[in-house]
Design a protein around this ligand. Structure first.
Ligand code: MN
Length: 201
C-alpha cells in the first residue's frame, strides 16, 4: 500500500488571515504531495520497507538501507511532519492550553507566554529550513527542540507534540522575509485540543 496525501482537515481558506489560501494550496497540494510521491518512489526501491508506517521509518532511519536512506529521511520526514502539521492547526477550538498540558507547560517553562517566547526563538534561530518543536520525554517532561530540513524529533528519540514549519514555503507568500512575524501570528491558529491529545497519548 503506497503512502497517500491526506486531505486537509479544513478548507484551504480556513486559516485566513493568518495563513492564506494560496499558501495552504501550494503547501499541501505541491510541497506535501511531492514528499509523498518521492517517499513512494524511494520505498519502491527497497522492498524490505514495504508495509512499514512512516513513523516506523522515521524512528528507525539507521535501519533503512543506505541507498534510499537520504530519500526516506527527507521525504518520509516531510510526509510525517506535514501530516502532523495540518492537524495541529484549526480555525476554531481552544485558544490556549488547559488541563494537564497547561500544568506541564507551566512546570517546564514557567508560563505559556514564556513557552511561546522560547518556541518562537527556536524557530527564528533555525538557519535555513527546518522546524521548531515541543517534545515530550520520559515522565511527561516538555522541552523545545529544532530540527533541520524535514528531520523529525522521533529520529532522536523525542516524542513531538507540537511543531511549526519554518521553511520559507510556509510563510513567504504571506509574511515575505518576516519569519518572526509569522511565528507570532501562528499561535492564533494552533489546535490546542490536538496538542493535548498528543501530550496525553
Ligand atoms: Mn512545509
Amino acid at each position: 500500500m503506497a503512502f497517500e496525501l491526506p486531505a486537509l482537515p479544513y478548507d484551504y481558506a480556513a486559516l485566513e488571515p493568518t495563513i492564506s489560501s494560496e499558501t495552504m494550496t501550494l503547501h499541501h497540494d505541491k510541497h506535501h504531495a511531492a514528499y509523498v510521491n518521492n517517499l513512494n518512489a524511494a520505498v519502491e526501491k527497497a522492498p524490505e520497507l514495504a508495509g512499514k508506517s512512516v513513523e516506523e521509518l522515521v524512528k528507525n532511519l539507521s535501519s533503512v538501507p543506505e541507498a534510499v536512506r537520504p530519500a526516506v529521511r527527507n521525504n518520509g520526514g516531510g510526509h510525517l511532519n506535514h501530516t502532523m502539521f495540518w492537524e495541529l492547526m484549526t480555525p476554531g477550538g481552544a485558544k490556549e492550553p488547559g488541563g494537564a498540558l497547561l500544568e506541564a507547560i507551566n512546570a517546564s517553562f514557567g508560563s505559556v507566554d514564556e513557552f511561546k517566547k522560547q518556541f518562537n526563538a527556536a524557530g527564528v534561530a533555525r538557519f535555513g529550513s527546518g522546524w521548531a518543536w515541543l517534545v515530550k520525554d520520559g515522565g511527561g517532561k516538555l522541552s523545545i527542540v529544532s530540527t533541520a530540513n524535514q528531520d523529525n524529533p522521533l529520529t532522536d528519540g523525542h516524542t513531538p507534540i507540537l511543531g511549526n514549519d519554518v521553511w520559507e514555503h510556509a510563510y513567504y507568500v504571506d509574511y515575505r522575509n518576516l519569519r518572526p512575524k509569522y511565528l507570532e501570528a501562528w499561535w492564533s491558529v494552533v489546535n490546542w485540543d490536538k496538542v493535548a491529545e498528543n501530550f496525553n497519548k
